[in-house]
Design a protein around this ligand. Structure first.
Ligand SMILES: Nc1ccn([C@@H]2O[C@H](COP(=O)(O)OP(=O)(O)OP(=O)(O)O)[C@@H](O)[C@H]2O)c(=O)n1
Ligand SMILES: C[C@](O)(CO)[C@H](O)COP(=O)(O)O
Length: 394
């Protein structure tokens, strides 16, 4: 996981939208545009802080909106400038975590996907600068006076946001542009001007910028389509499987309970094979990959980590996506130690971690009749099936 800062630009006037006021406050399916965009970053666990660049005259209105819709990710509002580029500069000046990559995003692009944010953050760390873009699908003509020329479409990409950068690199590019009086229509162009390469991350054609009134209809259609898909997904199912090796000199922690045994489980964290399996099943159910993606075993933060804490983090993601537990069924596959005396304690602990009823949690154990690695007591495996159901309030 890479932590990043998001700068969300909302200090424009929305002249081309023709609403008579800043388009960021236009309601799309009962919620102002800017809140749809902020929600993408609020949901993303990689986003450490959001800097919202607002129009000085609209600062109070924006702050009132943020108060009405509180966010779990810190949001700081700062005043923007006359041009988009000036607003970005003000946003950059307010960044606190200067070692994190910064993702600069138009408040008017509410449909960017979380997967794109992660690829951009990773590419910015790796290469310094990256932008989201899509191959152009129309034939593009250049008109000079009355003369038309046709550009080679195979070389053309339509730039989107976010555009992601190492903080020092983009700040320097902005300062150089200010010194030269250069104004670009995006941030990548400033880095290009300073002679550095910007990596292209292919985005989605859905990541539109709401610019003209026609775009509002497209946005409503997109959101209705999304809603339809979500309401159909009343239930989601996930399965998990995990194995850890038994070794001497480690505690044997299964389901959060330390079980007296001559050996323990080996792993980067506390190697709780059952809680890892449950976490994987939960992430699988909400389409969020696996625990390796969220808690890499190369990250020193998770060395000997309490897997109960990891499961609670996963459970928060499940909750944020609007799901609650239907039920779960788990099997621990171990020749030894004998699990039966600890099953009730394990169920209670899982129920406690997930703040749910114990009746929804079934845990059982089996040996493998001395066959295979489990039978030879070389390791312990666990598997789980988790059914999630849509929270009626979401
Ligand atoms: N001085 C400015 C100008 C633009 N933006 C932001 O930059 C994004 C992209 O700009 P655009 O779509 O052009 O928005 P507006 O400038 O609001 O629209 P218009 O050009 O039609 O007036 C928008 O989220 C807008 O709020 C900004 O923060 N500060
Ligand atoms: C940054 C941008 O969204 C990339 O496509 C675009 O250049 C913003 O331009 P605008 O004129 O400020 O809408």
């Amino acid at each position: 996981m890479i932590k990043y800062t998001a700068i969300v630009l909302a200090a424009g006037q929305g002249k081309r939208m023709g609403a008579g006021h800043n388009k960021q406050f236009i309601n799309i399916n009962d919620k102002p545009l800017v809140l749809h965009t902020l929600a993408v970053f609020e949901r993303d666990t990689w986003c450490e802080e959001i800097i919202l660049v607002t129009n000085e005259q609209e600062r109070e209105q924006m702050e009132a909106l943020l108060e009405r819709f509180p966010s779990s990710t810190p949001i700081r509002a700062v005043d923007g400038g006359a041009e988009r580029q000036d607003s970005v500069y003000e946003g950059l000046s307010a960044v606190r975590h200067q070692t994190f990559p910064v993702l600069i995003h138009d408040g008017a692009r509410p449909f960017v996907m979380e997967e794109s944010l992660h690829t951009l953050a990773e590419t910015a760390v790796d290469k310094g600068a990256a932008l989201l873009a899509v191959p152009v699908t129309d034939t593009i003509k250049q008109k000079e006076g009355t003369r038309l020329t046709t550009l080679d479409r195979n070389k053309l990409w339509a730039a989107q946001t976010p555009q992601a950068f190492q903080y020092d690199l983009i700040t320097r590019a902005h300062e150089e542009a200010r010194e030269r009086g250069y104004y670009g229509t995006d941030d990548a162009s400033l880095v290009e001007q300073s002679g550095k390469e910007v990596a292209v991350v292919q985005g989605s054609y859905d990541n539109i910028k709401l610019t003209t009134p026609e775009d509002l209809h497209k946005a409503e259609a997109y959101l209705n389509n999304q809603k339809e898909k979500e309401t159909h997904a009343m239930f989601r199912i996930g399965q998990g499987f995990d194995v850890h090796q038994l070794t001497e000199g480690r505690p044997c922690i299964i389901g959060g309970i330390e079980i007296p045994y001559e050996k323990g489980l080996l792993g980067h964290s506390d190697a709780d094979v059952l809680l890892h399996t449950i976490a994987d099943a939960c992430l699988g159910a909400v389409g969020e990959g696996d625990i390796g993606k969220h808690f890499p075993d190369t990250d020193p933060e998770f060395k000997d980590a309490d897997s109960g804490r990891l499961l609670q983090h996963v459970w928060k993601i499940v909750g944020e996506k609007g799901y609650t537990l239907g039920n779960m069924d788990c099997t621990v596959i171990a020749q030894a130690p004998k699990m039966a005396p600890y099953i009730e304690q394990i169920r209670e602990n899982i129920a406690d971690l997930l703040q749910t009823e114990i009746d929804l949690i079934n845990v059982k154990a089996t040996t493998t009749e001395k066959l295979g690695f489990a039978g030879r007591k070389e390791g312990i495996a666990a598997q789980a099936v988790v059914l999630l159901q849509k929270n009626p309030q979401s």
